[in-house]
Design a protein around this ligand. Structure first.
Ligand code: TPP
Ligand code: MG
Length: 381
């Protein structure tokens, strides 16, 4: 035996057995397909979802779109405090992926994943009260949109710093490992967020520790006004998986069934102890970064193209009708139920009082450890 072979460490031997350097494990099975001229896009047919589950997905998609429309409505009436962030055109990514989780799994969404919050059991009234900074909202008016969390529902609200929720999710998964719970964590990141240092450190740590982390990178073509090709030199975000030695998938982010199926496979991989997975969802942000953004930087006709040819709700409706999962009347009935729920919930949220001023100092830190800090004299006045 040659001297250099004799001195190879156990680690080197293991990695040599595992695979050749730079081999990419990227699946395009669920990637967007080209369609023939004049053909309308639908969704993939190959699915394990039952008819009832497909209709439940439809309800979540509709709920997401219509809750966001209601928030815009309230915003125009100046009832919303702060910005309004839409997921118009990318609802299928959040809904389909979150639907592949168990109730005790964790998610950490970003601003365009409202649909995933609903799948996780968050109610429209909570989101509406939160946007209006009302006392009955989950953060009691302290923060906005999806910036809140429920540990018992497996919902870690994001902070604004892009990328930072990936290391946070790693912490959750390490904790779960110590508790011998076979949880999976699903973190969402934008194309812009996938260029942060926190993203790289978090992904690398999860890969080395073989944590059951799934990251969905949403390629929606823009970060604020910056097109993706102006802030990363790679064509597909999933290529970054090679840097961490983990498998990757490209999925058609506007096909809710494909998003479910690809995440289901990633969940099986992660829960079986095989480690982290990166999924890139190809989608498109049809609204500006937030409602105040007039999208002047978008090339003419681009938004209209996506609206007419690649809307996730239109595509899923076509699928449901073509495959006789539902009639048009059934879909209308589901939509009417969603509208009723939103009407009730927005009346509830609007009827909430605004928070009391002194409430601002409670619940920021754990008050069983850190007492609320008042400036001298505040309580006496
Ligand atoms: C570390 C960090 N840098 C910058 C920002 C400001 N910022 C907030 S959202 C955003 C754009 C995010 O784009 P992307 O990650 O593509 O997500 P998208 O808005 O497209 O869903 C930026 C730059 C931030 N919140 N955190
Ligand atoms: Mg983006």
């Amino acid at each position: 035996m040659a001297e250099n072979q004799k001195t190879k460490s156990g680690n080197q031997k293991r990695s040599a057995r595992r695979r050749a350097p730079f081999q990419m494990r990227i699946s395009t099975k669920y990637a967007p397909r080209k369609v023939a001229e004049g053909e309308r896009r639908s969704c993939i047919k190959d699915t394990s979802l039952t008819h009832d589950q497909l209709l439940e997905l439809y309800r979540y998609l509709k709920l997401t779109r219509l809750v966001e429309e209601r928030i815009v409505n309230l915003y125009r009436q100046t009832k919303v405090v702060g910005g309004v962030y839409r997921s118009l055109g990318q609802e299928a990514t959040a809904v389909g992926s979150a639907y592949a989780l168990r109730p005790d799994d964790f998610i950490t969404p970003i601003i365009r994943d409202l649909g995933a919050c609903f799948v996780k059991g968050i109610r429209p009234r909570e989101i509406l009260a939160q946007y209006m900074a009302k006392a009955w909202g989950p953060s009691g008016g302290k923060d906005l949109n999806v910036h809140f969390g429920y540990m018992d529902k497996g919902f870690i609200g994001p902070i604004s710093h892009l990328g930072d929720m990936i290391p946070v999710m790693n912490g959750i998964l390490l904790g779960a490992r110590l508790q011998k719970r076979d949880l999976v964590g699903l973190a969402y990141i934008g194309d812009g967020g996938a260029s942060t240092g926190a993203f790289y450190e978090g992904m690398n740590f999860a890969a080395v520790q073989r944590l059951p982390l799934i990251v969905i990178a949403e390629y929606n073509h823009y970060a604020y006004s910056t097109p993706t090709n102006m802030q990363t030199a790679i064509r597909n975000l999933v290529e970054k998986a090679a840097a961490f030695g983990i498998p990757g998938h490209i999925v058609d982010g506007n096909d809710v069934i494909a998003c479910y199926e690809v995440t289901k496979r990633a969940v099986e991989h992660a829960r079986a102890g095989h480690g982290a997975v990166l999924i890139e969802a190809k989608t498109y942000r049809r609204k500006g970064h937030a409602e105040h953004d007039d999208q002047r930087y978008i090339p003419e006709g681009e938004i209209e193209w996506w609206e007419q040819h690649n809307d996730p709700l239109d595509r899923f409706e076509k699928f449901l009708l073509d495959h006789q999962v539902a009639t048009a009347e059934k879909l209308q009935e589901i939509t009417a139920g969603v509208v009723r729920e939103i009407d009730e919930d927005s009346a509830w949220a609007e009827s909430s009082p605004m928070p009391e001023g002194e409430g601002a100092v409670y619940g920021v830190f754990d008050n069983s450890i850190v007492p609320p800090a008042f400036r001298p004299g505040v309580l006496e006045s």
